[in-house]
Structures are given as structure tokens and as C-alpha cells.
Design a protein around this ligand. Structure first.
Ligand code: B12
Length: 357
């Protein structure tokens, strides 16, 4: 019988990482492990919720990027310490599992957390880390011939890269398990993009891999639902610079303060406008408006806490709707996103003028 991580443990760990107390945080995690808490539980019930909380604090502008980086470094150290101190029993008996983040995906820690849990479940894990270029991953797969490749994606704007990896790995004869928050609720976009298996999180992945008797022999060559997307996301992505420039010009006309922005403010705004188009393209790619509406709610929260009037974001969505008049699906997604933004503004308690978008 193993012990569990308690709410007090989480509160204490959060205090430690919040104060940059690296050594005490690592010692605390190791002490939990000595108290008979399973290492998997320390990662999934201590480190994961803390990292999610840090993300929320960053999104709400309560923590700076520097605070997030410092805390994430500590969590990284905790994972490393547990990985070296607690060796898996029967290591590697389940086969070789390559874990890689898709091209352009810099969230290595979620993938590492997943990887360590799989190692303790008996896989011989080869962890390739952040943003692995697809051709390099494929050549690695050819050279090492793993039983499964686990593809990690934390932000949905990387889903086009994810699909390229899925196809290339399967062509190389290696079955694909897809996971990470970027694949959406229950990793549903992983299924849509043709992965052999998906899992919502690391615990679910343990079950999925245990009930997948022999991935290498069982699935390769099987007829998979082939994923076909129309070209809307490609055509719109090509127009990103022009869409952002038009939206920026319109904002400057409507909101005098925008015309007086410093270079840094202008750059940050252009980045946000570009993100809107990127998420719209990702949603069109997987043909799911929910990807875009979830993003707009998130963006509504992020911008409200940074005192950006949501009316400005609504103005941007209106510009995009005018410019993309010949893409009916994009128009429907933008309309749904605008509605979501309105609701987010009201929930976040934005001033009425800003929320009434
Ligand atoms: C640390 C961090 C970063 C670091 C990452 C460093 C590192 N070494 O990983 C850096 C600074 C690089 C970063 C960058 C960015 N980030 Co960031 N980041 C985070 C943060 C705070 C923690 C990440 C983490 O450790 N997660 C660990 C746990 C919490 O994640 P998890 O998904 O539950 O992990 C499990 C599963 O996903 C699963 N899993 C993972 N891989 C796989 C693979 C398979 C096959 C399977 C089955 C399962 C599986 O296993 C894990 C354990 O169960 C998250 C917050 C969050 N909620 O994750 C934001 C977060 C992910 N980032 C976010 C954003 C916006 C960004 C940036 C766009 C910011 C920017 N403006 O530049 C960039 C994007 C960079 C890129 N293109 O990749 C947003 C994404 C929001 C969205 N709309 O999608 C988040 C959610 C923050 C927030 N609350 O707003 N970030």
C-alpha cells in the first residue's frame, strides 16, 4: 500500500517553488518518496498540478515569465532527482518507447513527466525532448526501431506538425501514441489525425499501453482512417502577415492609444493578432470550432487581466471576418469566437464598455 500526496503537500511544494527554493523542493519530493509515495504519484499529483497552477498564475498576470521559468526549472530538477533515485523494477520489459515533442513544441516538461511515468511502468524510454524536427525523428526511428513512438503536443497550433510526424512514423512502420494538452480534450484531435492510440494523460497512457498487446505487430499495416483536411488553413496561414497588418491598421484608427504604441507594445499586439490567426488555422485543420472558442476564452482571460479592452479584440475578429468573407467555415468559427469572448469578458468582470463587444 503506498501513501498519497495530500493537499498540504501540494501547498508546501507550491510555496517552495514560488520562493525559488530549489534544494528544499527537491529534498521535499525525495522525502515524500521515502514516505512511500510512489514516484509516479509525486510527479502526477504534486508536480503536474503545481505546473498547471503556475500556468494559470502566468495567464492571470499574477506571475511573471521569470517566476514561471524559475519554478519550472525546479520542477525539472525534481523530475530528474526522482528519475535517478527511483529505478524501475523490470526496466524495459515492455519494449522500447521513443518520446518526442513535435516540431515547434517547446513544452518538454509535460513530455518528460509522461516519459518518466512510462519508464516506471517498465518501458525502455528514449526521451528526445523539445521540438524534434520531423525528418530527424524519422531517421532516429529507422535507426533504433522502437516498438512505439509517443508524440507530445502541448499547444494546438503545432497540430499540423503532429500530423506530419504521425504519418511519417507510421510510414516507417512505428505505431504512434499521441498525447498532451495540444491534442484537445481526451486527446480527441490525435484520433482525428490518425494516431494509432491516444491518451488523455500519463495515467491513462499506462492503461492504454498495457491493453495494447503488441503495438509493433498488432497495428502496423492495419487500415487506418486517413485524415483529409481542406486547404482553408493553408490559404489563410499564407495571408497571416497581411491579415495582421490590416487588423493593426484598423485598431490604430479606432483606438487612438494604439497609434501611439511603442515598438515593444506594437510587437506584442502583432504577436497576439497573429496567434488568433494561428489558432483559427489549427481549428480549421482539425475541423473543430471548439479549438478556436477555447482559445478565445483563454485569450479573453489573459487580455482582461492585462487591462486590454475586449472591444479591441472584437474589432480584430470583425476585421478578420471581413477579410475572410470567402471562407464560410472560418466565418462561422470567428463568429463563435466573438460570442465566447463576450461571455469571458462578463465572467472576468470586465468593465461593461469593454465586455459589450
Ligand atoms: C512551463 C511552461 C512553458 C515553458 C515550457 C518549458 C518546458 N521545459 O516545458 C515555456 C516558457 C517554453 C513555454 C512556452 C510557451 N507557452 Co507555456 N506553459 C508552461 C506551463 C506553465 C507548464 C508546462 C508544464 O510543465 N506542464 C505539466 C502539466 C501541467 O501539463 P500536462 O499537459 O497536464 O501534462 C500531462 C499530459 O499532457 C501528458 N502528456 C504529455 N505529453 C504526452 C505524450 C503522450 C503520447 C501522452 C499519451 C501523454 C502526454 O502527460 C503529462 C502528465 O500527465 C503551462 C501550464 C500548463 N497547464 O501546462 C503553460 C502553457 C502550456 N503555455 C502556454 C503558452 C500560451 C505558451 C506560449 C505560447 C507563450 C508565449 N507567448 O510564448 C509558449 C509556446 C511555446 C511553444 N511553441 O511550444 C499556455 C497554452 C494555452 C493554450 N491556449 O494552449 C499554457 C497552458 C499556460 C496558460 N495557462 O495559459 N511554456
Amino acid at each position: 500500500m503506498t501513501a498519497a500526496v495530500s493537499a498540504e503537500d501540494r501547498a508546501h511544494y507550491f510555496e517552495l517553488v514560488g520562493h525559488g527554493a530549489e534544494v528544499p523542493a527537491v529534498d521535499f519530493a525525495l522525502a515524500l518518496s521515502e514516505r512511500d509515495v510512489a514516484p509516479q504519484d509525486i510527479l502526477l499529483d504534486l508536480v503536474v498540478p503545481t505546473q498547471a497552477r503556475i500556468g494559470d498564475l502566468w495567464a492571470r498576470n499574477e506571475w511573471s515569465v521569470a517566476q514561471e521559468h524559475a519554478a519550472t526549472h525546479i520542477s525539472d530538477q525534481v523530475v530528474a532527482a526522482l528519475a535517478t533515485r527511483r529505478r524501475a523494477e523490470h526496466a524495459g520489459r515492455r519494449g522500447v518507447l521513443v518520446v518526442a515533442c513535435v516540431d515547434g513544441e517547446w513544452h518538454a516538461l509535460p513530455a518528460r513527466l509522461f516519459a518518466e511515468v512510462m519508464r516506471w511502468d517498465g518501458w525502455d524510454v528514449r526521451f528526445l525532448g523539445a521540438s524534434v524536427p520531423t525528418p530527424h525523428l524519422v531517421s532516429y526511428l529507422h535507426r533504433h526501431g522502437p516498438d512505439v513512438v509517443a508524440v507530445s503536443c502541448s499547444v494546438p497550433t503545432r497540430l499540423t506538425s503532429a500530423q506530419r510526424v504521425i504519418v511519417a512514423a507510421q510510414d516507417a512502420g512505428v505505431p504512434v501514441l499521441a498525447g498532451g494538452a495540444g491534442f484537445g480534450p481526451d486527446a480527441r484531435w490525435g484520433t482525428r489525425l490518425g494516431a494509432d492510440r491516444v491518451a488523455a494523460d500519463a495515467r491513462h497512457a499506462v492503461e492504454v499501453l498495457r491493453s495494447w498487446p503488441s503495438p509493433a505487430v498488432g497495428d502496423v499495416g492495419a487500415v487506418r482512417g486517413s485524415f483529409v483536411s481542406d486547404d482553408d488553413h493553408v490559404l489563410i496561414a499564407k495571408r497571416r502577415p497581411q491579415l495582421v497588418a490590416t487588423a493593426m491598421a484598423e485598431l490604430a484608427q479606432r483606438i487612438p492609444a494604439v497609434a501611439r504604441y511603442t515598438d515593444a507594445q506594437r510587437e506584442a499586439t502583432e504577436y497576439d493578432l497573429d496567434q488568433v490567426v494561428e489558432f483559427l488555422c489549427a481549428a480549421l485543420f482539425v475541423d473543430d470550432p471548439q479549438l478556436f472558442t477555447t482559445f478565445m476564452s483563454w485569450m479573453g482571460t489573459v487580455l482582461t487581466t492585462r487591462r486590454v479592452p475586449l472591444s479591441a479584440v472584437a474589432c480584430v475578429l470583425d476585421t478578420y471576418r471581413r477579410e475572410l468573407y470567402d471562407f464560410p467555415r472560418a466565418l462561422a468559427y470567428l463568429a463563435a469566437g466573438r460570442l465566447c469572448l463576450n461571455e469571458t469578458g462578463l465572467e472576468a468582470g470586465a468593465p461593461k464598455s469593454a465586455a459589450a463587444v
